[in-house]
Design a protein around this ligand. Structure first.
Ligand code: AMP
Length: 541
């Protein structure tokens, strides 16, 4: 017997129209690429999304067309997020930090029909435009006064396009499984692969993001997403914010510590989200300038593991709690969130920090398991680690146009490429990327564990740990570390610091100081580049 509930499709148009009606005067504040702070409301945003849909219709956009963007976190990008998807087209966010060849590949592979760009990325597009085979028109996201001289052909001005339209538009109803946005993962090898989200997956993911034990957004919050809208849909925050009427503060092109801090204070931001590298910049700014946070309550860290020293600095020095979360582009991205349970209420502060080092419990909707090399399930004992597999309604079933072949097994389990433990309470802890674990004499050493401890050593700003071939043990760990400005920290001091928490066989064989470490376009350590550079490195032992 079927239930008698309405079969209304879950569509992104409902998000922005809901916000326009129920949170009409809630603000969206952006640091514009042109410079000044821009502010308007969800009601204004929805009206401009409708204008955008009218403009795109006139330009000839059909349902299913892919519309590219190269843009920072800002109000115009938000209009594209909602407007493009709501009309039935696909919003394809391109990561400007990729190499030009990858950008060309991605835009051609996705077959972007129209392309929207912030002023910042006009030169980047000029350099590759003649290799883009599908783009009919470029739209520069600014007003007439700021339109640059450009070599790009077929250029339109965003504000002129919107000014010419009225703000009534009837959003179409269609199947909730229709594609809504597209985001390419920046793997360390091979071409990037496209993850194609649907209206249904985005909406279900948004409900989840708002839950108190997930990211816990609400109409009482002011959220500053530092995580870019060109990386994994800014962790779904723009959609979730519209769902529950959260005030949004968008940092635009200025991601430096000073600019982020200033916005946090002037806009009374109480929660934020980003990868550890941006928090390193923010923390060093507030430390150097002896600042305090007036409103910040908690910050979400994901994308890479949050180190103990960072969690402790936020907590003890600045009274800001860290919420550690894990996910990947293929998981929309939220997979786990590290919220405590009632039973953890009376833990000591130190024990609470230890708990928050874990990546967290699966949010409802995400099933998770760990398996050994033969695919056999491993127990949730917090000790045994294996390949982490996930499945659920916002986990990818395959890559765009079948790239990379089969992405899930016959039971829909997706192999994340991460290695982790899961404890009896369901808390998952990443030990490594499967290709980054260091295999030393039959034992596995977690490069992430060693990195996190190394970063806690006074004088060390950043550290990467890689495997170096070893005649006896197969592989041994090597630490590559960047010193803090003015620090004279030595190799012996780093090893001495590590020996407080690591077993002898886990200690690195050597520490090499470098000026900087290479990162991927999404801020993760580029370990394969380091492995290549140090593959012939002679360890002292
Ligand atoms: P991306 O698709 O670029 O967001 O990258 C996803 C990958 O980032 C995951 O598979 C993990 O390897 C890594 N990652 C994400 N969140 C965390 C975290 N909290 N701790 C450690 N690694 C993480």
């Amino acid at each position: 017997m079927l239930g008698l509930m309405q079969d209304r499709p879950l569509l992104i148009s409902q998000l922005i129209e809901h916000a326009a009606l129920n949170h009409a005067d809630t603000e969206i504040v952006s640091r514009s690429v042109e410079g000044p702070i821009h502010r308007y409301t969800y009601k204004d945003c929805a009206a401009r999304c409708r204008k955008l849909a009218n403009a795109l219709t006139k330009l000839g956009t059909q349902q299913g067309d892919v519309i590219g963007t190269l843009a920072w976190n800002g109000y115009r990008h938000l209009e594209l997020y909602f407007g493009v998807a709501a009309m039935g087209a696909v919003c394809h966010t391109v990561n400007p930090r990729l190499f030009p060849e990858q950008i060309i590949y991605i835009i051609n592979h996705a077959e972007d029909k129209f392309f929207f760009t912030d002023l910042t990325f006009v030169p980047l597009l000029e350099a590759v435009a003649d290799k883009l085979s599908t783009v009919k028109q470029f739209i520069i996201m600014t007003d007439r006064a700021h339109m640059p001289e450009t070599k790009l052909a077929n250029v339109l001005c965003y504000e002129e396009l919107l000014d010419a339209e009225n703000d009534s538009y009837q959003w179409p109803l269609f199947d909730e499984n229709t594609a809504s946005s597209l985001c390419y993962t920046s793997g360390t090898t091979g071409n990037p692969k496209g993850v194609l989200f649907s209206h249904r997956s985005t909406m279900l993911h948004s409900y989840c993001v708002c839950m108190p034990d997930a990211l816990g957004l609400s109409a009482m919050d002011t959220m500053l997403p530092v995580v870019p809208m060109f990386h994994a849909n800014a962790w779904g925050i723009p959609y979730a914010a519209a769902m529950c009427g959260t005030k949004l503060v968008m940092p635009g092109a200025r991601m430096d510590g000073e600019a982020i801090y200033e916005l946090m204070e002037t806009e009374k931001v109480n929660l934020s989200a980003g990868v550890p590298t941006v928090w390193m910049m923010l923390l060093s700014y507030v430390k150097e300038n002896k600042k305090k946070f007036t409103y910040m309550r908690y910050t979400i860290i994901g994308g890479s593991a949050a180190a103990r020293s960072m969690i402790e600095t936020f907590k003890y020095d600045y009274n800001v709690e860290v919420l550690h979360a894990w996910g990947m582009t293929e998981t929309s991205p939220l997979g786990t969130s590290c919220r405590p349970k009632k039973k953890h209420e009376n833990l000591s502060d130190e024990e609470k920090v230890t708990l928050s080092l874990k990546q967290g419990r699966a949010v409802f909707g995400v099933e998770m398991k760990i398996v050994d090399g033969n695919g056999k399930d491993l127990p949730w004992d917090g000790k045994q680690f294996g390949n982490l597999l996930v499945r659920g309604p916002w986990i990818a079933s395959g890559y765009f146009k079948g790239a990379g072949g089969q992405a899930v097994d016959e039971d829909n389990w997706f192999d994340t490429g991460d290695v982790s433990t899961i404890d009896p309470d369901g808390y998952m802890q990443i030990t490594d990327r499967s290709k980054d674990v260091i295999k030393s004499g039959g034992e596995w050493i977690s490069s992430i564990d060693v990195e996190n401890e190394a970063i806690g050593c006074p004088g060390v700003a950043e550290a990467a740990v890689i495997a170096v071939p070893h005649p006896k043990w197969d592989e041994r760990p090597l630490v590559l570390a960047v010193k803090e400005a003015g620090s004279n920290v030595t190799k012996e001091q780093v090893i001495e610091h590590l020996s407080k928490t690591l077993a002898k066989w886990q200690l690195p064989d050597d520490v090499v100081f470098v000026d900087e470490l290479p990162h991927t376009a999404t801020g993760k350590l580029l370990k394969n580049k380091l492995r290549d550079a140090y593959k012939d490195y002679k360890l002292p032992t």
